[in-house]
Write a protein that binds this ligand. Structure first.
Ligand code: SF4
Length: 489
């Protein structure tokens, strides 16, 4: 146990107003928070985030609190305790959202106030909570997440021991002013855990990886894909002499070893920059894009075969057996509609490819995530078909695309869908209804077409509703009216 008692320097976060002092949060402004964090010794972390998660053309797309991504990854891991350190209002929102999305584990919380922040007692509270939680019978790991104010105040998670009673401790800073999206926050924790596991492997023997029973080399699958997609990918890899490895972010600690032992990491979701760095440091080959649709699957299999040293003959045999089935699935589930697509999950370009191969007239795809090498194949394929690909898209960009292209269906985030519906255009939420369904291999086309065509078919219903409610809530039918002679004026 470290004897050093850290003190934080929250001077820049304490707003003095007469006798009262308050801790500034979101409303302090990103620049104030960044400045405070840098002064508090967090420059290195923030500089790494700035490199890993480049912003621009917009500073930060409008999406949920980024820390949700890390929290979700922690809560999905077995035998892992996840503890938040941040303002109560942030923790309330994050806890609510995580349970809304089906978390079945407790969210730990170490609260603070101005006094514990100023005196450094918050750090002592965090350390004490970590020691209390560190029961090896219950946990393999404890994840500590600094939210905005503790990060800006420099609460030094790195001073908490990396291991207590045999329980690993992984501390990360996930401030909204340094991490653009919740997608990238998933990468921060996945990367931190892979880094920890890699250092364990380098130090000596670790628990035996949960290896594939077939003994074939595995391909680690990076990205929170639908479980059926992992099975589908496994079937596609089998004739190449390979197997599907663990999905990263993993569901248990031992899977991190299996992932690192995989000779190839498939970067199915392209924003996992820190994760990619860990695989590269372990000497693993990386492959971008994903097996979606006919062309995407053909190119992906060829790239995997190349990295795995599979012969051209075996690749051709595999492709010839698989690709006609995908072509058939696309023809059996056509989509005849003009669509705009946007989201913040990072899989938007893959969905766009599938929509186009199914026959959709897609003009625009916006993603809150940044451009990385792992989506280059998808971007090139889409742009060669005249699609406008917009990385770090803002809400305004996405809405402008709906205005310009007047689609039969707008797939997007909640405010984009709301905007479309107000105009009588059917809309589908990307996160709940598109990203959480099978997309890969022969299963993808049918699954996507079903939900898209049902939504497009609602156009007439939307038109009727728009006509029925025309004018309601605007002009003379809105607002509060002073009563006169018992009637609204
Ligand atoms: S952690 Fe930061 S970004 Fe998230 S809700 Fe709190 S202040 Fe906002």
């Amino acid at each position: 146990m470290s004897d050093s008692v850290a003190t934080v320097d929250p001077a820049n976060l304490i707003a003095s107003s007469g006798a009262e002092e308050t801790v500034s949060g979101c409303h302090a402004g990103a620049d104030t928070m960044k400045d405070a964090a840098a002064k508090a010794g967090k420059s290195e972390v923030l500089e790494q985030y700035a490199k890993d998660y480049p912003t621009g053309p917009h500073d930060q797309p409008q999406s949920m609190c980024p820390a949700f991504g890390s929290l979700r990854v922690g809560l999905r891991m077995r035998r892992t305790a996840t503890v938040l350190c941040g303002s109560a209002c942030c923790v309330y929102g994050l806890t609510f959202t995580s349970h809304f999305y089906g978390a079945r584990r407790t969210v730990g919380y170490v609260p603070f106030d101005s006094e514990t922040l100023v005196t450094g007692k918050l750090f002592e509270d965090l350390r004490e909570a970590t020691y209390q939680l560190a029961d090896p019978d219950k946990y393999d790991a404890i994840v500590l997440i600094n939210l905005c104010v503790p990060t800006a105040s420099g609460v030094p998670l790195e001073l908490i021991p990396k291991e207590i009673n045999g329980v690993r401790v992984v501390g990360i800073d996930v401030p909204g002013f340094g991490v653009p999206t919740h997608a990238e926050a998933k990468d921060i924790l996945a990367g931190a855990m892979l880094s920890y596991a890699r250092s364990e492997v380098e130090r000596g023997p670790v628990a035996r990886p949960t290896s594939d029973a077939s003994g074939r080399p595995t391909v680690a699958l990076v990205g929170e894909i639908f479980p059926v997609d992992a099975i589908m990918i496994g079937r596609m890899l089998e004739p190449l002499g390979l197997s599907a490895g663990p999905i990263v972010p993993t569901r248990e600690w031992r899977e991190l070893y299996s992932a690192l032992a995989s000779p190839i990491a498939a970067m199915l979701h392209p924003f996992y920059t820190a994760t990619a760095r860990e695989f590269s440091s372990a000497g693993r080959a990386l492959v971008g894009s994903a097996p979606v649709g006919h062309d995407g699957t053909a190119a992906w299999l060829a790239n995997i075969a190349d990295k795995a040293g599979v012969s051209a003959e075996v690749l051709a045999k595999t492709s010839n057996a698989l690709l006609p089935a995908i072509r058939g699935a696309l023809q059996a589930a056509p989509i005849d509609a003009r669509i705009t697509l946007s989201g913040y999950e990072g899989s938007e370009l893959l969905v766009a490819r599938l929509l186009i191969e199914a026959g959709a007239d897609l003009r625009y795809v916006g993603t809150a995530c940044p451009r990385t090498p792992w989506s280059d194949d998808d971007r090139n394929w889409l742009e060669s078909r005249g699609v406008h690909v917009n990385y770090r898209a803002s809400l305004e960009d996405d809405i402008a695309a709906v205005e310009e292209f007047q689609p039969d269906l707008a797939v997007g985030t909640t405010p984009v869908v709301q905007h479309a519906k107000e105009q009588g255009i059917p809309g589908l939420y990307f996160t709940n209804l598109i990203s959480a369904r099978p997309l890969m291999g022969p299963a993808g086309p049918g699954s996507l077409a079903q939900v898209i065509n049902t939504a497009v078919g609602n156009k007439e219903r939307f038109t009727r509703m728009e006509t029925f409610f025309a004018g309601v809530g605007t002009g003379a039918t809105s607002g509060i009216w002073p009563a006169s002679s018992g009637r609204a004026a």
